[in-house]
Design a protein. Structure first.
Lengths: 631, 77
């Protein structure tokens, strides 16, 4: 029995009206925040074929059951809508401080419809909400906008979730940031918010989330223990020590560091962008999210000044570094800062530049198209100007702002072969030819290529590893190799995908729960029960996750997606040109066989990917069955 | 003498947190003997690079003058 109602703030930007909806607890138990709650709302309320950048799109900001509790890594919230990048189910998670503050302000979620006539921002304080003019924020870099909001509202502790210029300009991969350092980067959620003339959501709350728990003392004790355990686990310890940056050298050694737009898996100038260079040249401090002992965030100096936007993480170092063949960490750090100031997704932006570089080297884009910018791979001087062009839709930036898939259609010729995307979203900085569960995740994720679908293969490959053994409670007992599609691997994929989807629902960061990191399944379950008072099980947690995945799947099926969209880019069926896996490619046939296996485990039709009525009923999604009839 | 570079994340297991060790081992030696000497569990090593060539850990033989690099699994995030 929850101690306060589940409060959803409903905002209609067209009329300016707002109201608070209380969601029944029995419904919240099935959709306990985040991914599942957003999917529930979007599938029920958003009409099919709604134009993503129209006022009719619905933007959902949803924290999770555990968000804001005193548990390390329980900090996440999602932002969801129909994606302008993929035209499918859209979603991006982030941590930091906004999610906890929203819960402290009395709300589990905000649902935003319509479009304001003039730029506005939403101010939410201890259960009360108002819309305020944002004309003076429009066009500002994110640091300036946050400072103005805090100053005019008179409180430096206000948490600000905002879009930047890129979202204002409807760049299809514009994102959101909270506290300037935590990013709902992917999928173009920032463009949706910009299309509504909504610049920011500012939040301040004073209700301690632990006081809302069924067992506050138990929850606090768990939090204290988890804070100790983070440093005692090899994954937790490395996330504190190096953040995600150890992967630069690790993936290089394995031949799977995306280089030159995924043609290669090893970068000859990797020494310029690896952790040693980072620590020596730019690192100033390690920081954390709300109540989290992991401290995976990096603080850096850029051009001698401490950056207000934090330091580049692995994905960004890959996307502007090896992917573009740029071995200059100063440029990568500046690129990170500029993307964050303008609020562009660093992965899709780096991918757009790498795509443009490949087109340029093939003569499909000329110096005239680039207004004199030399876009050969490795030209570090091109990176920052290209970011500006994209954010402001200037010159060739206007085309690249549409995403590589659309840009390739316009450029024509061989350009579509140079895109490395699924459903229109560009791959992240892990070459799937070395990690087949990552490959399947890229292929099937409803949001397009997503590297955070399942725990990555290397963590699950060795039966004697700490990480593999921690998955036993999830029903995983036979280790599988990284580069083979086995039926057992697909059975495990479903379990890990459901577990990951549950994390995105109740508010766990990817860096918390096993098998990726240190929080064991029994503690993940304990947290759920201590907070809610529900008598849950690991099985219930997995069903929550599977429910969220199926909601997103139904959304996509209704928009016309099919099995054909669960695929991999052409390049991935081609051999890597260098590195430890030179000559290696994924086979089309083995991939399709694995996909059929996976659909089978999911209870989806092998040809169409449509979930069976039986499976939907088992997931308490029988109400969604009428959507099946629309497909 | 075998030179072994230990990735920062695997230094989690070693007593002295060095990134490079010179080990006096019989020739040939087993990788498992080297790991035991360093205190690194075999189960935590994902990739071994020997003289520039990457191999997955297992029954690996090391020779005198070999340069070895050890990496843990990386998970993404």
């Amino acid at each position: 029995m929850l101690k306060r109602p589940v409060n959803i703030l409903r905002v209609d930007l067209t009329t300016g009206s707002m109201r608070v909806e209380e969601l029944e607890e029995s419904i919240y138990r099935l959709y306990p925040g985040g991914k599942a709650l957003a999917g529930y709302i979007l599938l029920r309320e958003l009409p099919a074929h709604t134009e993503p950048l129209s006022p009719q799109n619905i933007l959902v900001i949803a924290a999770g059951l555990l968000t804001g509790s005193p548990l390390s890594t329980a900090t996440r919230y999602v932002v969801s809508a129909r994606s302008p990048l993929t035209n499918g189910y859209g979603e991006s998670e982030a941590a930091g401080y906004f999610g906890p503050e929203l819960k402290m302000a009395g709300f589990e979620a905000i649902v935003i419809t319509g479009k304001a006539e003039q730029p506005v921002y939403l101010w939410v304080q201890d259960g009360v909400a108002e819309l305020r003019p944002a004309g003076h924020l429009w066009g500002q870099h994110c640091a300036e906008a946050q400072a103005i909001i805090r100053s005019e509202l008179g409180d430096e502790k206000i948490r600000v979730l905002q879009i930047g210029v890129a979202g204002e300009n409807l760049v299809r991969y514009a994102g959101l940031t909270n506290d300037l350092r935590h990013f709902n980067g992917r999928n173009g959620m920032g463009a949706v918010m910009g299309s509504k003339n909504l610049r920011a959501v500012a939040v301040r709350g004073h209700q301690r989330v632990q006081a809302l728990a069924h067992d506050p003392a138990g929850l606090m004790a768990l939090g204290r223990r988890l804070a100790q355990e983070a440093a005692q686990h090899p994954q937790g310890a490395d996330l504190t020590e190096r953040g995600t940056l150890g992967a630069v050298e690790g993936l290089q050694a394995g031949g799977i560091l995306p280089t030159r737009n995924f043609r290669q898996g090893a970068f000859e100038n990797v020494d310029g962008i690896k952790w040693q260079a980072y620590e020596q040249q730019i690192l100033t401090a390690r920081r954390s999210c709300y109540a989290c002992a992991v401290r995976c965030k990096r603080e850096v100096k850029v051009g001698g000044q401490v950056s207000p936007y934090g330091g580049p993480e692995f994905e960004t170092v890959g996307a502007f570094g090896s992917l573009c063949a740029v071995g200059d960490l100063q440029v990568v750090a500046r690129a990170n800062e500029l993307c964050n100031a303008l609020m562009l997704d660093t992965i899709s932006t780096g991918a757009a530049i790498a795509f443009a570089m490949e087109c340029f080297e093939h003569g499909l884009i000329t110096l005239e198209d680039t207004e004199g910018l030399d876009l050969h791979f490795g030209n570090a001087d091109a990176v920052l100007p290209m970011i500006e062009k994209i954010a402001y839709r200037r010159g060739i930036g206007a085309l690249l702002a549409e995403g590589t898939r659309r840009a390739a259609q316009v450029i024509g010729g061989d350009a579509p072969f140079f895109t490395v995307e699924v459903k229109g979203q560009e791959l992240a900085m892990h070459d799937p030819r070395g990690k087949y569960s990552v490959a399947m995740g890229y292929a099937v994720a409803e949001i397009g290529a997503d590297h955070l679908v399942v725990a990555h293969d290397p963590l699950m490959q060795n039966p004697d590893s700490i990480t593999f053994k921690s998955a036993r409670a999830l029903g995983i007992t036979e280790a599988q190799p990284s580069r083979k599609f086995t039926t057992e691997k697909m059975r495990q994929f479903l379990i890990l995908e459901s577990w990951g989807s549950m994390e995105k629902t109740v508010g766990w960061c990817f860096f918390g729960p096993a098998p990726r990191s240190f929080i064991q399944p029994e503690d993940v379950l304990a947290a759920f029960n201590l907070m809610s008072g529900w008598d849950g099980s690991v099985e219930e947690l997995l069903r929550i996750g599977e429910r969220g995945t199926n909601l997103a799947r139904l959304f996509n099926l209704r928009e016309g997606f099919s099995r054909a969209d669960d695929t991999l880019p052409e390049r991935i069926f081609q051999p890597l040109e260098n590195g430890a896996l030179a000559g290696h490619a994924i086979g089309r046939e083995e991939f399709e066989t694995a996909l059929t296996d996976l659909y089978g485990f999911k209870g989806w039709d092998a040809q169409t990917g449509i979930p069976s009525r039986e499976r939907l009923d088992a997931l308490s999604l029988g109400w969604a069955a009428e959507i099946l009839e629309q497909i | 003498m075998i030179t072994i570079y230990v990735d920062r994340a695997l230094q989690f297991f070693t007593r002295s947190k060095q990134s490079c060790y010179q080990l006096d081992l019989p020739d040939p030696a087993r990788l498992s003997d080297a790991l035991e000497r360093l205190g690194i569990p075999m189960g935590e090593v994902h990739l071994v690079v020997i003289n520039g060539r990457a191999v997955e850990p297992g029954e690996i033989t090391l020779s005198d003058q070999d340069i070895v690099k050890l990496y843990p699994p990386f998970g993404g995030g």
